[in-house]
Design a protein around this ligand. Sequence first.
Ligand code: TQI
Ligand code: CA
Ligand code: ZN
Ligand code: ZN
Length: 172
Amino acid sequence: LYAYFPGGPTWPPFRRDLKYAITATSAASIDRSTLSDVFARAFSRWAAATNLRFAETASESDADITIGFYSGSHGDGEPFDGPLGTLAHAFSPTDGRFHLDAAEAWVAGSDVSRSSATGAVDLESVAVHEIGHLLGLGHSSVPDAIMYPTIRTGTRKVELEADDVQGIQSLY
Ligand code: TQI
Ligand code: CA
Ligand code: ZN
Ligand code: ZN
């Protein structure tokens, strides 16, 4: 079963059009236009299940959600740990921060199956999971759910399960 953060925080009802900015990409191993595509696809999966809409903005000050790649300590008291371990983290509504560990061997799309031996991590799979957190979902006990707390490296899991859909539809 799905879960919420303590207190069940959500984006308020008058904020259904959320803007995101991809701000810190210099440390990313994937080029900027591919990043735009991957995050757009990840957001669209949640948009399809809700009345929320997401659009990328070039202006950080306009953004509800900010996405960036960081190494080690990066100012929020939750330092990244180098390859594997913690891959990414996102804060509950309405914080909007979504950080990715720049030390991971991030891959986009079908590349992940070719690089499983090297500890490659599929960016879209992690993005779909972290967006669930950004929107207010905690971890699910259903192993096939996007919001289940583990994923095998070198695999891709990007489709919302019935449990994820029920969870997000109970919030929005
Ligand atoms: N990052 C953890 C996660 O997103 C960070 C975290 C732990 C967290 N507990 C939390 C975030 C509670 C919000 C609320 O779960 S991670 C996966 C998964 C991670 C893990 O790097 O371990 C994914 C990031 F589910 F596959 F294990 C993305 Cl998909
Ligand atoms: Ca890491
Ligand atoms: Zn952080
Ligand atoms: Zn999680």
